[in-house]
Ligand binder design. Structure first.
Ligand SMILES: N[C@H](CCC[C@H](N)C(=O)O)C(=O)O
Length: 265
């Protein structure tokens, strides 16, 4: 079976993007998702995104982590909006559906500003924090994130008992003198560090912004720079959350899948 695809990256978080409005892709075939995301035997990506039709919305984004599990992906949603504009499905703005509900996004060439869902609260966890920004995120402040053993420590927390059975993503943060933050993330479902994580930097920006009474935070990741802005409500919620940054098409092609993992429905 041949599948045509596009490859996108948002600050180094990279995705296989498929226009699946004809719904030919078998979303139960997780072996196919894993193969397409495999960096040796497949195209290689942190995740795979299908664009499908959904009444009442410009499109639906169906996201899979590289291991086939599903969750909300902030960088992936920004890339999905850029892809939808590239396909001519939307102009320079869109209202689409993802696993955590509806989102609006504005597309300006390779720059996408995504409206995230509201966040109800930030929890404290043994000196760290936990925030759900559409995906679960543990947030730990460290002195030198650049030299921190993100994979070992991140994996321990991700699989730790309090987060079982679903697990969590794990973010490490070092604030900078200019009130930006450096963030590195161990991502659930990739089971490794990714160059950036959209829902993760959003979680970190909310925790840091609340502590410094800021409502706009610049985040530096290994994959590039993102910005998060938000409104803190008097009852401790966060609304009007926007995640902005680059979302770029890298290449396109046709991938051949062997029979045993063909994409037939
Ligand atoms: N790995 C995450 C989903 C993708 C999150 C990340 N790629 C983003 O940009 O938000 C999870 O399983 O919760």
């Amino acid at each position: 079976m041949n599948i045509s695809f596009y490859k996108y990256q948002g600050t180094g978080n990279d995705f296989v993007m498929i226009d699946d409005r004809k719904e030919f892709f078998d979303i139960k075939n997780l072996a196919l998702v894993q193969r397409l995301c495999d960096r040796r035997f497949g195209i290689g990506a942190d995740g795979l995104i299908l664009i499908r039709n959904k009444s009442g919305y410009d499109f639906e984004m169906v996201y899979f982590n590289a291991d086939g599990s599903q969750s909300m992906c902030g960088n992936g949603a920004r890339c999905a909006a850029a892809f939808a504009a590239f396909l001519g499905i939307v102009p320079d703005n869109t209202y689409f559906y993802a696993i955590d509900g509806p989102h609006r996004a504005k597309i300006n060439n390779d720059w996408v500003a995504l409206e995230m869902g509201a966040v109800q609260s930030i929890s404290k966890v043994d000196g760290d924090y936990f925030v759900n920004t559409g995906s679960p995120h543990h947030v730990r402040f460290v002195d030198e994130v650049e030299t921190h053993d993100v994979v070992t420590v991140g994996r321990d927390i991700r699989y730790s008992q309090p987060y079982q059975p679903g697990g969590t993503n794990v973010n490490f943060v070092t604030p900078q003198p200019d009130h930006s933050i450096l963030v590195r993330t161990y991502e659930r479902g990739v089971e490794d560090e990714t160059l950036s994580c959209g829902t993760g930097v959003t979680a970190c920006a909310l925790v840091y912004g609340q502590s410094k009474n800021l409502n706009h935070v610049k985040i530096k990741t290994r994959g590039g720079e993102l910005e998060v802005s938000f409104i803190s409500t008097p009852d401790g919620r966060f609304e009007g959350i926007t995640l902005s940054g680059p979302a770029k098409q890298v290449f396109s092609g046709i991938v051949k899948t062997e029979n045993e993992i063909s994409a037939t429905a």
